[in-house]
Design a protein around this ligand. Structure first.
Ligand SMILES: NC(=O)c1ccc[n+]([C@@H]2O[C@H](COP(=O)([O-])OP(=O)(O)OC[C@H]3O[C@@H](n4cnc5c(N)ncnc54)[C@H](OP(=O)(O)O)[C@@H]3O)[C@@H](O)[C@H]2O)c1
Length: 207
């Protein structure tokens, strides 16, 4: 399975590094073009490459969108038709500007991306963990109190694939429900940016 990253910053770069370490091929992309990713690609080694955003999306089986939320509408929909898309994005008004539909609670940040990518299977994941913790806190399955990460999405098969990927990268997974349930682990909620095991995360999602 090839992983595409739209965004190759702190979270995108960390997911790419972990994926390469676990034997995946990774195609990185950013807003400035593949030439600007040469150093990171060299550091990640032979399983990594860089491409334009559209090519990274088209070439990959699982695509991670990991950019400042304010830029979500620039993600190309056509190459993502039928694909599983992991959404790591969070809404930070200071960075992203005010988005009325998020401020009034009528939708969630992942549903915004899903509405923009109507034929993709969007799964919200990795948004609750600080990138340095993602890089360092992974443990083998079965480790006592292994950190768990929440996911949400409307497609059960897509959630299975994303869950297996997260497990491989070192974390338990708690399915919070449909994409709208992503609201329960956005910034400011109890599970956000806290190290919790599976039981603790389930309780935090319900609190
Ligand atoms: N940092 C964390 O620990 C963390 C944890 C969980 C979730 N998140 C969320 O995950 C997302 C990414 O965060 P980050 O900290 O990794 O951000 P970051 O370090 O600022 O990196 C952002 C990346 O997105 C690329 N990018 C920006 N606009 C783009 C566009 N229109 N098309 C393609 N690529 C674009 C940037 O490339 P250029 O430099 O070429 O523009 C850069 O590679 C954010 O929504 C953030 O809230 C962050």
């Amino acid at each position: 399975m090839r992983i595409g990253c739209i965004g190759a910053g702190r979270i995108g770069g960390t997911i790419a590094r972990l994926a390469v370490e676990h034997g995946y091929e990774v195609v990185l992309s950013n807003s400035r073009g593949p030439d600007t990713l040469r150093e990171l690609v060299a550091e990640l080694g032979a399983r990594a490459s860089a491409a334009t955003v559209a090519d990274a999306a088209a070439m990959s089986d699982l695509v991670v969108v990991t950019i400042p939320l304010k830029n979500y509408a620039s993600v190309p929909a056509a190459p993502l038709v039928g694909k599983i898309v992991i959404d790591t994005n969070n809404y930070y008004p200071d960075r992203d500007g005010r988005i009325a539909a998020l401020d009034d609670g009528s939708t969630t940040s992942s549903e915004l991306l899903a509405a923009h990518l109507p034929d993709a299977k969007v799964v919200k994941a990795f948004n609750t963990i600080y990138f340095e913790d993602l890089a360092t806190q992974g443990e083998p399955p079965g480790s006592p109190h292994r950190r768990a990460l929440p996911i949400a999405g409307d497609d059960a098969d897509a959630k299975r694939v994303v869950g297996a990927f997260i497990d491989e990268l070192g974390f338990d997974v708690v399915d919070a429900g449909p994409l709208v349930a992503g609201r329960r682990f956005e910034p400011g909620t109890p599970p956000y940016n806290v190290r919790l095991d599976g039981a603790e995360l389930r309780a935090a999602l319900e609190s």
